[in-house]
Design a protein around this ligand. Sequence first.
Ligand code: PMP
Length: 429
Amino acid sequence: MKFKKSQKLYNKGLVNLVGAVNSPVRAFASVGGNPLFIEKAKGSKIIDVDGNSYIDYVLSYGPMILGHRHKKVQKAVTKALKNGYSFGASTENEIKLAKIVCDAFPGMDKVRFVNSGTEAVLSGIRLARAYTGKDKIIKFSGCYHGHQDSLLVAAGSGLATLSLPGSKGVPEGAVKNTLIANYNDLESVKAHFEKHDDIAGVIIEPVGGNMGVVIPQNNFLKDLKELANKNGALLIADEVMTGFRSTFGGAQEVLGVEADITCLGKVIGGGFPVGAYGARNEIMENVAPLGGMYQAGTLSGNPIAMVGGIATLSTLKKQNPYKQFDAVGVEIEEAILSSAQKYGVDVTVNRFGSMMNPFFTNKKVTNFEEAQTSDTKKFAVFFWEMIKNGIFLPPSQFEAWFLSSALTEKNISKTKKALDNALKAVSEM
Ligand code: PMP
C-alpha cells in the first residue's frame, strides 16, 4: 500500500494549515504516521488520494449513517442548490426538519438549528442557565461536548487522544462554574449537589462515545435525571453522536429517559453542517425572539443543510436499519473477541447498537479512568494493520467506530479477516 500522494499533500498542507488538518484527531497524532488525504467516498467505502480504498467505519465521525453519497440525499441536495445557498430568511424546509426532529424526541416541542454540535451544546448550556437562573454545570470526565471554553475540562475525544487535561487559552473564570463527576458514579454527582445549590444542569453523553464507547450501567441515566430535577437542575442530553444513531429517537429512547434539553448534530445534517438544541415549550420559550436568552447564526438553518438533513432522516426512517446494525455489531464484536482469544490479546469490547470499539485491556470499561487502562501502543499497531487490510477506523483509541447501512456482507467478512490479521499483529508486538 502506497501513501505517496497523501504524504506529499501532508507536507504541502503544513505550510498554511495547522498540522495540515482542520480538526486535531485527523492528524493521526496518537497512532504515528501521517494523515490520509481523501479523494472521494461512495456507499460503504472511502478512497484516498493514492487510490487506496477502505471500508469506512469513521463515517465523518458519525454523520454518514446511510453511507456516502446516498442517492436520495445527493439528488435532493443537487436540486436544492439550484434555488440558492443561503437567504438569511426562513424556508419551509426548516419547519419540515424541525417536525421530524421534534416527532422523534418526545421531550422536544421546539428546536433551534445551529451549525455544529459545539454550538448546539453551548446554546443548550446557556438555555439551562437562563431557565434556572443558576450558573453551575456538572459534566462527566471523558465526555466531550465540543470545544466551548466552559466544557473543555476532563474532556474526551481529541483531548484524550493527545493526553491533554484541558485547553490552553481557557481562562480560569470560564471553568469556575464547571464541576466534574465520574461516569456511572451517581455518588460523585450527589456530592456536588450536596455542596452547591446553584447547579443549573447536568450534561452527559447518554452513551459515552468520546472516551471510546462507554455504556451507562443499570439505571444510571434515570437516577441522574431524578437527582438533577430533585435539586432544581436540568438534565441535558448531548445526543450529538447518539441522536438518530442509537435508534431514531436517540439513546434516550433506548434507555427510557427523557432529558430536559437535548443537543443534536452529526446525523441530523447527513454530512452537512447542522446542529440543534431543543426542549419542551416552557424551556424553549426563553430563547430569543420569544425570550431573553440570545442565540443566533448567519448560516443557521442553511437551506442546503436542511435538505441534506431531511433527505437523510426520512431515508433513515424508511430503512429503519437499527436491528440490522445490532446484528452486524454483534458479528464484528464476536469476531474481535474470538481472534483476541485465539492470539491471547487482552481486549474488552464496548458496543451500543452501531457504535463500538475495542479497548486493549482486561478491565471492564465503564468510565474514563478504566478506558485509559487501554494500551494505546497496541491500538496504534492494530490501527495501521487495519489500514493495510483496507479498513478505515478512527485514528484514536478514544473514538467510537460507526456502522453505516451501506455495509455489505462482503464488507463485513473482509472486516473480520482484517480484524484477525490486526489482532495477530498485536500479539506479535
Ligand atoms: N458533543 C458530542 C457528544 C460529540 O461527539 C461532538 C463531536 N464529536 C460534539 C459535541 C461537537 O460537535 P462538533 O464537532 O460538530 O462541533
